[in-house]
Design a protein. Structure first.
Length: 337
């Protein structure tokens, strides 16, 4: 694997450094996100927060703003909280021991293994989805990889394979193999350096592995998104829900409404009397477990209107400074028209 990696490694901006902070930032960004997407965020994030103390000292809203559009914002919040924890407990330096790393906010077993092996040359595994797929096929593991017993078996195998020399490169080699050759669906076995000893290649069942449970269908939720203008201000709120926590959104009412019914609900829910209610189109945003089917409405409140509890009237020229999720892109575009 190391020989293969030396000639086939992907060239990525977070490689070639023994820097625990850079490794942590890259791994946080890469969770459930394509490398191609992360490439446009990683350098900008490091320019804004070049080291762990600078990240810890920043306001959470600034961190969320730099993360804007990358999605899964809990990663950014946990990264920020973890940085503050490292400053408080470890003097601003990430520890090398995996067991200590796992106690830091936002660092699970995989990220702990990645930081320890890549930044500190500790011979421990880093088991992500790519590694699970490679090992499932290599060893012919035909049980559900989400089951605890199967996961423990894979982690034990992974740990037994990590070499004492260049453990970080080895872990990245297996990740690269899974990302570029041993891919989901039909792998390119003709290019694989492990095909000669791969159970799935020998039996012809590589495309069937790893075994995963059937995904549950996403819940579709209809929302009315309210763009309530009061002169050069618009009503917004900073979300406290787990999904998109800390980000700014326009008021949203779950359900489907007639124009008359919507005005009644705005009065009932927000205690605002609005005029000039117009249908401004629709938008759709897909999350991992749910889909927002949004209908956008513009409307006007009086110039003297006060924001209801939990909301704020935000000056339009300040919108660009707030961390706003991609789900609100269509609404933002409508506001600028």
């Amino acid at each position: 694997m190391l020989a293969w990696y030396d000639t086939n490694a992907r060239v990525l901006p977070w490689r070639g450094f023994h820097d625990a902070y850079r490794t942590w930032v890259s791994e946080a960004m890469l969770q459930q996100t394509r490398v191609e997407t992360v490439l446009s965020y990683y350098g900008r994030f490091l320019s804004r927060f070049p080291d762990l103390p600078s990240l810890a000292a920043a306001p959470e809203s600034d961190v969320l703003k730099e993360w804007e559009g990358l999605g899964y914002y809990s990663r950014a919040r946990n990264l920020w909280k973890g940085a503050r924890q490292v400053v408080s407990e470890y003097g601003g330096i990430l520890p090398r021991e995996p067991e200590k790393l796992r106690k830091i906010s936002g660092i699970g077993p995989y990220t702990a293994g990645a930081i320890a092996s890549i930044a500190y040359d500790v011979p421990v595994p880093a088991v992500d989805g790519n590694v699970i797929r490679v090992l499932s096929r290599l060893f012919g593991i035909r049980s559900d990889v989400t089951e605890p017993d199967t996961r423990r078996r894979i982690e034990t195998l992974a740990a037994s394979l990590v070499p004492a020399e260049r453990p970080g490169d080895y872990n990245q080699a297996v990740m690269d193999l899974g990302a570029t050759v041993c891919v989901p669906g039909t792998p390119d076995c003709s290019r694989c350096p492990l095909s000669a000893c791969c159970d799935a290649f020998r039996t012809g069942g590589a495309s069937d592995l790893p075994l995963l449970p059937k995904a549950r269908p996403q819940k579709v939720i209809p929302y009315a998104v309210l763009l309530i203008r009061s002169e050069e201000r618009v009503l917004m709120r900073q979300r406290t829900e787990r999904l998109l926590q800390g980000l700014w959104c326009f008021p949203m009412l779950e359900g489907t409404f007639s124009m008359d019914g919507l005005a009644v609900q705005v009065q009932k829910k927000l205690h605002l009397s609005c005029s000039n209610v117009n249908n401004a189109g629709s938008a759709r945003h897909v999350f991992t477990h749910q889909i927002w089917e949004m209908r956008l409405y513009t409307m006007s409140a009086e110039a003297s209107a006060s924001a209801p509890a939990g909301y704020e009237f935000i000056p339009l020229d300040l919108l660009s400074s707030l961390p706003i999720p991609v789900a609100m892109n269509a609404a933002i575009s409508t506001m600028k028209e």
